[in-house]
Design a protein around this ligand. Structure first.
Ligand SMILES: [Zn+2]
Length: 244
């Protein structure tokens, strides 16, 4: 393995035991990224009931196929939790919470927008980058080399679930989501409707919106996506006219 092993020190924090590594930034390889995602996926599935949903899988596979990393082992499952949330793990796994399915109802375009956003985080390696830059890096390596304890894996799982993406990463995943939905022949405006739904519920003080904790959503972000969609439609109209 090309990654140097690092010394691990465990600090007991109020909520989590976090491994601190003294290493500099090293890039996780594709297979290491996949392995970490799969380990964490197993941990999540040992804690929560998850199941397949035909609409989620169909939309997920259709969107993943047009992403810039279509060859990853994507896997889409529903997690038996009431919150409005979705989680993506490095290298392919995506979990849609039951609460999100209820909130989007029969609006498949809205659901597609959220799944496309999660695929955007995976394709752009956002969680992998956070692992590379962060203090959990050492734990990731322990897990990969088979030396990780169940507690280490649980720590990574907890951290990935609590992970806060930067505004830049959110914008990037939104841009990808608009691109993927359009390329898959779906209507990207579903993502704008999802933001509207979140913003409305947020104003009402709805506490089931876990998505907001890990993917901060603001009016500016909603408007940016609406603007992107408008610009892309205008570009397509212009090029269609030019062809004629
Ligand atoms: Zn996000």
């Amino acid at each position: 393995m090309r990654i140097r092993r690092c010394g691990l020190h465990f600090l007991t924090l109020a909520t989590l035991a976090v491994g601190v590594s003294g290493c500099g930034v090293t890039r996780l390889s594709r297979s290491e990224e996949i392995q970490i995602g799969q380990q964490v996926s197993r941990e999540i599935e040992s804690q929560y009931r998850t199941y397949e949903n035909p609409t989620v899988s169909r939309l997920g596979q259709r969107l993943a196929a047009v992403s810039e990393r279509p060859d990853l082992p994507y896997r889409f499952r529903v997690i038996n939790r009431p919150e409005i949330n979705a989680v993506s793990l490095p290298g392919g796994p995506v979990y849609v919470f039951e609460g999100l399915l209820h909130a989007t109802g029969d609006d498949d375009q809205m659901l597609a927008g959220v799944i496309a956003h999660e695929i955007g985080h995976i394709a752009k390696r956002h969680a992998a980058q956070q692992i590379e830059r962060s203090q959990w890096y050492g734990i990731g390596i322990e897990v990969l080399t088979g030396g990780g304890s169940a507690r280490d894996i649980a720590t990574i799982a907890a951290n990935l679930q609590l992970l806060h993406y930067s505004r830049k990463q959110e914008y990037e995943a939104d841009t990808e989501a608009v691109r993927y939905t359009r390329a898959a022949g779906l209507n990207p405006s579903g993502l704008v409707r999802f933001f509207d739904l979140l913003l409305q519920r947020q104003k009402r003080g709805d506490t089931t919106i876990a998505w907001l904790r890990t993917h901060p959503t603001t009016e500016a972000r909603r408007n940016r996506v609406a603007q992107l969609i408008q610009e892309q439609s205008a570009r397509e109209t212009t090029s269609a006219t030019a062809v004629r």
